[in-house]
Design a binder for this molecule. Structure first.
Ligand code: ADP
Ligand code: MG
Length: 392
């Protein structure tokens, strides 16, 4: 069965170390890792101050390196992506000479975190990045790269910021250096994930609550559709804007402050489309709260039903699914032992997430692979820890 399991973090560190030696002629003294994530439920709610329920994956980005004294930062990635150079060098930013986004694009995620890092002065450094998170696959390789960078910088120059500030710095890096107006979920889960737990995140207060997810009889299967429709990047800001307009029309700060009763009462204040968008967000926040309670009670059937409702709402009201994701969900749901399945991430391609009996995983992968009109890639990951320093 063509399933991908995560390479050991140890193997990834070894790859990074080998590359470091080749590029810089010495051994790295610092190493950190930060995971990718999958969101179990709570989609397109984070930028509406809502609830999300992601878990950190065993797929990680590692960064290894050493400080240097010449005021330069030299970065290398082992990932091949979009024909961009894999190496880049630039001076440590100063007040007079701040960093700016540029080429190669991949380095902007790193540069943004360096520029916004809340402590200093930072020394120069050389570092190699290696990742088992698929790039651009919807499992947030971008946040894992930002959080790995942040965690690396903490080793060079400790920060004194509050925990949530760390996530906000990484988010700001993605906004201002990568040009992606993302919410805060990906950075929070990559920082604060806990092994054996999903994390209920309140994106209004930035409070987090671990929800146990370590039952050996239950598995989380991620299926990559391996499609990414270009519509995604243009539609995302449109959805954000529609949500803001809907909240404003209803006289609220965000859709978090709105319940279904408010929404129906204020229906005529919204366009039909705004109403459908808002109905998704308001319903999804409610579903996420119910899903966290279901998971705490090991009620996987109830959790699965909520996943399916979430998918349908994303498809019909929020209109961010696509035929490939719909097909993957339908195929998963036809397999005995599957509790629920839905698209996960921004939409228009990327991955689905399926909750199922552990024994059903092979059967589900086989069925999906046979029937899916594209080529699917699978990841079976347990809920893992957030960012950490790694021994070398
Ligand atoms: P996702 O976060 O779902 O993987 P994004 O498009 O948000 O997709 O982020 C992917 C981008 O992040 C890549 O195009 C690349 O620029 C950058 N990136 C992530 N991880 C790495 C890495 N290990 N090396 C180089 N670039 C990376
Ligand atoms: Mg991303």
């Amino acid at each position: 069965m063509a399933a991908s399991w995560e390479p050991e973090v140890g193997a990834l560190l070894e790859e990074a170390r080998r590359t470091f030696h080749k590029e810089f002629g010495s051994a790295p003294t610092l190493a950190v890792s930060a995971p990718g994530r999958v969101n179990l439920i709570g989609e397109h709610t984070d930028y509406n101050d809502g609830l999300v329920l992601p878990m950190a994956l065993e797929l990680v980005t590692v960064m290894v390196g050493i400080p240097r004294l010449d005021g330069l930062i030299s970065l290398v990635t082992t990932s091949e992506y979009a024909d961009e150079p894999r190496q880049v060098e630039f001076p440590v930013p100063t007040a007079e000479q701040p960093l700016e986004p540029g080429m190669p694009r991949w380095a902007n995620y790193v540069k943004g975190v360096i520029q916004h890092y809340p402590a200093g002065p930072l020394p120069g450094f050389s570092a190699v990045v290696a990742s088992s998170v698929p790039l651009g696959g919807g499992l947030s390789s971008s946040a894992s790269l930002e959080v790995a960078t942040y965690t690396f910088l903490q080793q060079l120059c400790p920060d004194s910021g509050a925990a949530a500030t760390r996530a906000q710095v990484c988010q700001r890096a993605e906004h201002s250096f990568a040009g992606v107006p993302c919410g805060i979920m990906d950075q929070l889960i990559s920082l604060f994930g806990q092994k054996g737990h999903a994390l209920l995140i309140d994106c209004r207060s930035l409070e987090t609550r671990p929800v146990p997810l370590s039952d050996p009889g239950v598995a989380v299967l991620i299926t990559n559709s391996n499609v990414r429709h270009s519509l995604g990047s243009s539609e995302y800001p449109i959805r954000r804007r529609q949500c803001e307009l809907a909240a404003k029309a209803l006289g609220k700060k965000s859709l978090r402050e709105v319940d279904m009763k408010d929404l129906e009462a204020g229906k005529e204040l919204l366009t039909k489309e705004e109403h459908r968008r808002a109905r998704h967000v308001v319903g999804e926040i409610q579903r996420t709260s119910e899903a966290a309670a279901a998971l705490s009670a090991s009620n996987y059937k109830a959790f699965g039903r909520l996943m399916v409702e979430s998918h349908n709402s994303l498809r019909d009201d929020y209109e961010v699914s696509c035929p490939e994701l719909d097909q993957l969900v339908t195929l998963a749901l036809s397999v005995p032992g599957v509790y629920g399945s839905r698209m996960t991430g921004g939409g228009f391609g990327g991955c689905t997430v399926t909750l199922l009996e552990a024994d059903a995983a092979t059967r589900a992968m086989q069925h999906i692979q046979e029937q899916y009109k594209g080529t699917a890639t699978f990841y079976l990951s347990k809920a893992a820890d957030g960012a950490k320093v790694q021994p070398l």
